[in-house]
Design a protein around this ligand. Structure first.
Ligand SMILES: Cc1ncc(COP(=O)(O)O)c(C=O)c1O
Length: 362
């Protein structure tokens, strides 16, 4: 079976983790500090705060931005649940904006429409590894004096114009979950250029502790371990190579997938896509329905996935809207997208086999 995702772990990662295990210092220590410095350098941001997963990164970032009960935060309707559940974890209300049909990312025009007196922040997700329309979102946020937060969980190393994602938002959040472009098993990071946010984040992720056993605010235990950071440091060194491989794999698909009714990913201007996922869309002319297509590929040893089958405004968690469908593009995408393997461990033979197998569908 060619899996839809596969972690790229080698001897260097194993040695780095073993070294930490032998050192006796397993909790948050020197490796975490080094990982934070090097990750901030990658993004071109002033500060980076390591945490134990991407959801914790979002929760801590929102709390650092002062989000709380009574506030609204605008999020895309088509993303992983954590983008919106982190808002609910602060006691605030996620407000869903529809996405752009071409890039699948949050539509700035929809954001502008959904802003109210209660809006305190907008979260732009760089979905599947493609930066969202950062400049348009920054402009809206600036005009309305609300915070712009990047959810870069799926886009480590991606570029927008001349900058890296993670350097644009008031705060930006990353995940290093086991399938991401760089991984620590579970892990996350918040980046910011603001000294005050950096200080507040450090309190929030460590029990609100300002001095040993002095707790000044309500905080959490969201710390990263040195074991995870050691893994992250090695992966960070390999990130450019991994992303290049993903991009080459995507380019191969773009050039060779020719099945009728299958749309390949569209990349917006000034964006450099790092293909966390390669997501195709099945249009009406495609000869099979999605489930039949996935079953066919599974039978041929090719793993696929649906990211994501239910848009967030339709999730029971976020109680149904009265409006029949406030985010029709997100709903349509949820019913028609499919991810095929694009991870860096694929070889040329597998890529050719996947294209041939897909193109044979008639
Ligand atoms: C867009 C997005 N945001 C947030 C998260 C949450 O990250 P984690 O799984 O590390 O908590 C993910 C993880 O899949 C994600 O894809």
């Amino acid at each position: 079976m060619i899996p839809v995702a596969r972690p790229a772990i080698g001897q260097e990662e194993i040695s780095a983790v073993t070294e930490v295990l032998k050192s006796g210092m397993l909790a948050s220590g020197e490796r975490v500090a080094e990982f934070e410095t090097k990750f901030a350098d990658l993004c071109g941001s002033n500060h980076a705060v390591a945490v134990n997963n991407g959801t914790a990164a979002l929760h801590a970032a929102l709390l650092a931005a002062g989000i709380g009960p009574g506030d609204e935060v605008i999020v895309p309707a088509f993303t992983f649940v954590a983008t919106a559940s982190a808002v609910a974890m602060c006691g605030a209300r996620p407000v869903f904006a529809d996405v752009d049909e071409m890039t699948f990312n949050i539509d700035p025009a929809q954001v502008a429409e959904k802003i109210t007196q209660k809006t305190r922040a907008v979260i732009g997700v760089h979905l599947f590894g493609q930066p969202c329309d950062i400049e348009a979102l920054q402009e809206i946020c600036e005009q309305k004096s609300v915070k712009f937060i990047e959810d870069a969980a799926q886009a480590q190393g991606a570029m927008y114009k001349n900058g890296r994602v993670g350097s644009f938002g008031h705060l930006a959040c990353f995940s290093f979950y086991a399938t991401k472009n760089m991984i620590t098993g579970e892990g996350g990071m918040v980046t910011t250029n603001d000294k005050g946010y950096n200080q507040r984040l450090r309190l929030l992720i460590n029990h609100g502790q300002s001095e040993k056993y002095l707790h000044t605010i309500l905080g959490y235990n969201y710390r990263m371990t040195d074991i995870a950071a050691a893994l992250g440091l090695v992966q960070l060194r390999k990130l450019e190579k991994f992303n290049l491989r993903r991009r080459k794999n995507a380019e191969f698909y773009n050039a060779n997938l020719s099945a009728r009714g299958l749309s390949i990913p569209f990349v917006g201007p000034s964006r450099n896509h790092v293909y966390h996922q390669y997501v195709v869309r099945l249009r009406e002319e495609f000869p099979l329905n999605r489930q039949a297509f996935m079953d066919y590929l599974k039978g041929k040893g090719i793993g696929t996935a649906i990211h994501y089958p239910i848009p967030l405004h339709r999730q029971p968690l976020f109680s149904p809207f009265e409006d029949p469908d406030p985010c029709p593009v997100a709903s349509a995408l949820a019913g028609s997208v499919m991810s095929i393997p694009v991870h860096p461990l694929l070889d040329q033979k597998e890529l050719g086999y996947i294209c041939d197998t897909i193109n044979r569908v008639t």
